[in-house]
Design a protein around this ligand. Structure first.
Ligand SMILES: [Zn+2]
Length: 182
């Protein structure tokens, strides 16, 4: 089972989706690594040479409190503010020992596109990339920025792939530091 899980982790990262794991998930129009559960987000962390890549997939509800296009001015503002925060550098803080420098970040949700048609559920995808001077020193990422900014996130399921190995971890509030390899 352990071997299978590892294979699935690798396959998920390589192919960008692991349909095998989608059993039990509702249909949201695209494949998910895990079921869509409000309050629970998925985090994929990959270290490749000096490049640290973080990919977040969250139910839009966990980010905004609603799962559709924003209607009111305040909802529109909240959506814009959330995207701005996710595209910034205040959410993920890699281990200082690794000397990681923020490079770029993206955030988008189909539901927030103009004229979007949203079904029962909607997700938001975000990425962040860092370049690390000492990637071999990276053993933790402080997620307090993320957890503080987005209070509806209750649980975070993380997959970490580094040259030292692959790790799976589930964080539940109030925990907010992802650690591995110790
Ligand atoms: Zn939903």
């Amino acid at each position: 089972m352990k071997t299978l899980n590892r294979w699935l982790v690798t396959a998920g990262l390589v192919l960008g989706a692991a349909p095998v794991l989608a059993a039990g998930a509702h249909d949201h129009g695209h494949e998910h690594a895990q079921a869509h559960v409000h309050g629970a987000v998925q985090l994929e962390v990959a270290l490749d040479g000096p490049t640290l890549s973080i990919a977040l997939e969250a139910p839009l509800d966990s980010i905004l409190g609603f799962e559709r296009a924003p209607r009111t001015a305040s909802e529109k503002q909240a959506a814009q503010d959330a995207l701005t925060a996710l595209r910034g550098n205040a959410l993920f803080a890699p281990d200082a020992a690794a000397g990681c420098v923020f490079k770029s970040a993206t955030a988008d949700s189909e539901a927030l596109q103009p004229g979007a048609k949203v079904g029962e559920h909607a997700d938001l995808d975000a990425t962040a990339e860092f370049t690390c001077a000492k990637p071999e020193q990276l053993r933790r990422i402080d997620l307090s920025g993320l957890m503080t900014r987005f209070k509806r996130i209750q649980r975070l399921q993380a997959q970490v792939v580094t040259p030292q190995g692959q790790f799976k971890q589930t964080l539940k509030r109030p925990a907010q530091t992802l650690t591995w390899g110790r």
